[in-house]
Design a protein around this ligand. Structure first.
Ligand code: SF4
Ligand code: SF4
Length: 370
């Protein structure tokens, strides 16, 4: 394994929301409502730090990780200090739905450098269209975001673009601006397994591509220079000769492993938690992960290039995309990824716009007209 250990950890599979697109509930092969025990958290941190030579990134995930309680996070920080005898660089971050992100928790995270990403799909009508969110819970999330802003604590937002979002690109952009949201990751709503795609909930590539183009154009014309979108930034970085940071474009699938509440480790959070995707256990030395045939098989797929990608003008950037989206299209990984078409629409649109525009030098800022 890479010296830089990267883990997504399911502190719990329980959640206080039920998003219709959530893989936790749609997969059918994941545990429900379980919590990672303290002994397992300790073993995981001890073994990860003993293995890592340079850095260790822990993404505390769920379900809803804040259901595990603030004491669990205090315990995590204590255990990391206890076992960090190699002075490994430790990065902590957390993906939360924001309902429980109260002032004291926000302050604790800030003091301990735990990065916060909030799963938030936009204004109430959009957010509630795919989940049983009531107005009360939604207002709590918004209050918590306001508190984060008052305290000057940085956070990012992860938005799943669903059918209800389409046609409301300007409202979504205004929403980000109004709540001072500065970093946004976008994902198309996909509800699928390798046998079938749920067409009612899943966007089509054309729908998602057209959404991205509209949002990009709004962003270009906006004077909100503080707002950046991961999808656009990554492409600009590539043009400037920088490496992508997002796994989807780095062709390194198998480097971000996911740990379930029972300590079993799997190839990636997107795939079903099955025996064939299991690569080890958090209570064993991490050196054993290097011997996992499931992991080496998965990683070998990074080197297989679908025929469409071989002649694609964007392969240098896209790097054949996400193995999970390739698996959804074809479980033998021979086909290009699902949603390749939306990416191509976006890349071509950005190229056509860039031919008429120049970059604003301010980091994260949108391009401005010449
Ligand atoms: S399969 Fe997709 S989500 Fe998983 S590591 Fe690869 S690019 Fe990332
Ligand atoms: S944009 Fe599509 S065809 Fe091109 S490299 Fe990516 S997945 Fe392959």
């Amino acid at each position: 394994m890479d010296d830089n250990v990267n883990l997504v950890i399911k502190l719990t599979n329980d959640c206080n929301q039920r998003c219709q697109y959530c893989y936790n509930y749609n997969d059918g092969r994941r545990q429900q409502n379980t919590y990672m025990e303290k002994g397992m958290i300790e073993n995981l941190i001890k073994n990860a730090l003993a293995y890592s030579k340079t850095s260790c990134t822990f993404c505390w995930h769920g379900g809803e990780p804040l259901l595990a309680g603030i004491d669990t996070f205090k315990y995590i920080i204590d255990i990391q200090k206890k076992y960090n005898t190699n002075n490994t660089i430790i990065n902590n971050n957390m993906q939360t739905n924001g309902i429980l992100l109260k002032r004291d928790i926000a302050l604790f995270f800030n003091e301990n450098n735990i990065g916060v990403s909030v799963s938030l799909d936009g204004p109430f009508d959009i957010q509630s269209s795919t989940r049983q969110t009531n107005k009360f819970n939604y207002n709590r999330i918004i209050e918590n975001l306001n508190t984060m802003n008052e305290l000057n604590i940085p956070f990012s937002v992860l938005t799943v673009v669903n059918k209800e979002t389409l046609g409301h690109e300007q409202s979504l952009f205004d929403f980000y601006t109004y709540y001072n949201i500065q970093k946004v990751g976008l994902l198309p709503c996909i509800v699928a397994n390798k046998n079938e795609v749920n067409r009612e909930l899943t966007l089509t590539p054309d729908e998602y591509g057209s959404f991205l183009i509209k949002l990009f154009d709004i962003w270009c014309k906006s004077t909100n220079y503080n707002l950046s979108f991961r999808d656009f930034d990554e492409y600009f970085k590539f043009i400037q000769g920088k490496k992508p940071v997002y796994c989807v474009h780095s062709n390194k699938c198998g480097n971000v492993l996911v740990v379930d509440t029972d300590g079993k480790i799997y190839i990636c959070d997107e795939f079903p938690f099955t025996e064939e995707n299991c690569v080890g256990s958090a209570d064993q030395p991490f050196e054993l992960l290097d011997e996992s045939l499931n992991l080496s098989h998965f990683r070998s797929m990074n080197h297989s290039i679908p025929i469409q990608c071989q002649t694609c003008e964007y392969q240098g950037f896209c790097n054949t995309g996400c193995l999970f989206k390739r698996w959804l299209r074809d479980s033998s990984f021979h086909e290009r990824q699902l949603f390749c078409e939306s990416d191509l629409l976006l890349f071509r649109h950005i190229d056509s716009v860039l031919s008429k525009l120049m970059f604003n030098k301010q980091p994260g800022a949108p391009p401005i007209a010449i």
